[in-house]
Design a protein around this ligand. Structure first.
Ligand SMILES: NC(=O)C1=CN([C@@H]2O[C@H](COP(=O)(O)OP(=O)(O)OC[C@H]3O[C@@H](n4cnc5c(N)ncnc54)[C@H](OP(=O)(O)O)[C@@H]3O)[C@@H](O)[C@H]2O)C=CC1
Ligand SMILES: O=C(O)[C@@H]1CCC=N1
Length: 271
């Protein structure tokens, strides 16, 4: 079994650990390095995984997953490179850090050491994530396949060229937050119309789950599915008219544009 070291046991690190364990990955093949002692204890208690230093975790791992904030990548990499990285053993670094290009890693690693950049999202926690992979300069097909096989256990996997990863981050990396925001707003609106919060929440959650399942399983596009809900002169048309009048579509264009720009900026500043 592939031994995986997760460096950084924060939100996405936890989602990955939980998703891998849920999908049948063995606890003994996972090790976590987490800077905060309190957080490391929480992770060990919750998942039963070994928590240790960055050096020890990396030493015994086939795949070293960097799940620290972009600004902490440099320091974590310095700790990793204190051990003797073993290209011959096909060790591999997988970076989940938003914005940070593989070209920032490669010069700091032994010559030819493979790096794969990945933009995951938190639904991997429930096996419904999407992980978008881009190989660095030295990552070969077998490295990509290894990462694909690990991450396909926690959701879908897509491969793109690295220059698309900032856009990917704006769409699917940050994407769950947009849906949660819409859910919050719809629940509040339901409460505003007199429903109890429990009833409004149950209705919104199941409407999202059902709509997501339709988008996933139907041959029809999002627009066609929406048209099917929109009876002529009816309630949906009245609601959609208000959403468009308030600029919801333009707001998404601007929001994803801002996320894309921020991803690029984080890559530049993560020195
Ligand atoms: N959250 C998400 O939905 C997604 C996040 N990402 C990317 O994943 C990365 C992590 O994000 P997220 O999980 O949200 O961030 P968090 O801050 O929740 O988690 C990062 C964790 O790493 C710890 N840490 C920092 N430096 C080290 C180190 N040298 N060794 C061990 N642990 C360390 C931090 O400790 P401390 O807080 O004490 O510094 C923190 O607990 C980011 O680069 C982000 O861009 C990508 C896709 C989605
Ligand atoms: O907000 C962030 O920067 C990270 C990257 C994608 C999702 N969360």
């Amino acid at each position: 079994m592939t031994r995986i070291a997760v460096i950084g046991g924060g939100r996405i690190g936890e989602a990955l650990i939980a998703g891998l364990l849920e999908s049948g990955h063995a606890v003994r093949d996972l090790v976590v390095a987490e800077k905060s002692e309190a957080r490391a204890k929480e992770i060990a208690k919750e998942f039963g995984v070994l928590t240790t230093t960055v050096g020890d975790a990396s030493e015994g791992a086939d795949v070293i997953v960097l799940a620290v904030k972009p600004a902490d990548v440099e320091a974590a990499l310095t700790e990793i490179t204190k051990i003797e990285l073993d290209g011959d053993r096909e060790q591999l670094i997988v970076s989940l850090a938003a914005g940070v290009p593989t070209a920032k890693f490669e010069p700091k690693l032994p010559a030819g050491f493979p790096v794969v950049r990945v933009m995951p999202n938190t639904p991997m926690l429930v096996g419904e994530g999407v992980s978008v992979l881009a190989p660095g300069k030295y990552a070969r097909a077998e490295h990509l396949e290894l990462v694909r096989s690990i991450l396909s256990a926690v959701g879908k996997v897509v491969v793109v060229k690295e220059n698309q990863l900032d856009a990917v981050t704006a769409v699917s990396g940050s994407g769950p937050a947009y849906f949660f925001l819409v859910a919050e707003a719809m629940i509040d609106a339901g409460v505003g119309l007199g429903l109890s919060r429990d009833v409004a929440s149950a209705l919104v959650v199941q409407t999202m789950v059902g709509s997501g399942a339709m988008l996933d399983r139907s041959d029809e596009s999002a627009s066609e599915l929406r048209y099917a809900v929109t009876s002529p002169g009816g309630t949906t048309a009245a609601a959609v008219r208000e959403l468009e009048r308030k600029g919801v579509r333009a707001a998404f264009f601007d929001a994803l544009g801002a996320a894309n720009a921020r991803s690029i900026e984080m890559g530049i500043t993560a020195e």
